[in-house]
Design a protein around this ligand. Structure first.
Ligand code: ZN
Length: 351
């Protein structure tokens, strides 16, 4: 059987023997396959989808998962004075034409040795895949929008599939199933897909930027407590709360699509609070505290180490995980070198 997938974006070719559903570049795959059918042979077979076996690129000898679907009857009706032939696809085993695709799909999954299938559906496809998976003895998770018709949900569940109801739109359901099937590692760690992983990375970076604020805020609040002045830290907390709430509300309304990093950026409120407290404290003590040099060096260390890690991960040959780890290690060493005098100071503090 001469058949392969071709990426519609980068033209890379893949054979059909791996459980692949899209190109490494993310492009969609086109099937290249030239069926050779003998009409005499086909017409001698029993009616059904699989009489066209040679037109379906399933490996020769593979087990066919079928409920004898296809060949639904044509019914003649009168439509505006014209005779129209209506195909009765509601007579398919699970009630929709999706059984055609499901029969081919699950046969191929079975041939590839797939042990479990995840699928997102607004109803009919979920029913079809659940039924054919049951026939094939393949475990099956069907993700559906939470507002899917109760009858469809019952049908999917009766076929023995694991039903996962996803709150939100059809697209949210597709995103949830991508997270389940695409990146098992990231899914296990974060429950996010590609876009979600990018978002969580960005949110983490933004959050890390705010950590200096936390350290300053903790130290300064204690400085005020030591001076028995509890009201100023209280006012500063109110300022932080106001900033945090307004950024948070903006994150779930105006900037909804990038809400996670926006909410993480709300943690900058702690830095604002710390600067406010530092200003108040500096009015009370002499000489005032100088933090700009240390903070500036911290920022430079973060930028340099981040760039070094990024560049190494980008240009070093090897697997993504390895180059990322090497980049992070090199970036950390660079950052530690830049702030080495501050680190030495830290160790001397306890002595
Ligand atoms: Zn491609």
């Amino acid at each position: 059987m001469d058949a392969h997938f071709t990426c519609t974006a980068c033209k890379k070719e893949y054979d059909l023997s791996s459980p692949r559903w899209r190109c490494d570049c993310g492009g969609l795959l086109d099937l290249f396959f030239q069926p050779k059918i003998d009409p005499r042979e086909v017409s001698a077979r029993r009616p059904g989808l699989w009489r066209y076996r040679e037109a379906i690129p399933l490996a020769p000898g593979a087990e066919i998962i079928s409920f004898d679907e296809g060949f639904t009857p044509l019914l003649q009706v009168n439509f505006g004075g014209f005779p129209v032939w209506v195909k009765q696809d509601q007579l398919f085993p699970t009630g929709s034409y999706k059984d055609r695709g499901a029969s081919v799909l699950i046969s191929q999954a079975k041939a590839l040795g797939v042990a479990a299938v995840v699928e997102d559906s607004s109803g009919n496809a979920g029913c079809a895949v659940a039924a054919y998976c049951a026939r094939a003895g393949i475990a099956c998770d069907i993700y559906v929008p939470a507002d899917t018709a109760a009858g469809k949900l019952a049908q999917i569940a009766l076929y023995g599939a694991n039903l996962i109801r996803v709150p939100g739109s059809r697209e949210d359901t597709a995103a949830a199933v991508m997270a389940a099937g695409l990146h098992p590692l990231l899914q296990a760690a974060f429950h996010f897909d590609d876009a979600g992983t990018n978002l969580i990375t960005l949110a983490t970076r933004v959050y890390l930027l705010t950590l200096a604020g936390y350290v300053m805020q903790e130290t300064l609040a204690r400085a005020f407590y030591a001076r028995q002045e509890p009201m100023l830290p209280l006012y500063s907390v109110l300022v932080r709360l106001a900033i945090y709430l307004s950024v948070g509300v903006a994150g779930v309304t105006i900037f909804r699509s990038i809400g996670v990093p926006v909410i993480a950026a709300g943690e900058m409120a702690v830095l604002v609070e710390a600067i406010l407290m530092l200003t108040w404290l500096n009015r009370r003590i002499s000489p005032p505290i100088q933090v700009l040099t240390a903070a500036g060096k911290g920022l430079i260390a973060a930028a340099v180490s981040g760039l070094a890690a990024y560049a190494l991960a980008l240009y070093l040959p090897g697997s993504g995980v390895m180059t990322a780890l090497i980049g992070m290690a090199a970036g950390t060493i660079l950052a530690l070198f830049i702030v080495r005098s501050e680190i030495r100071l830290l160790f001397r503090l306890g002595a």
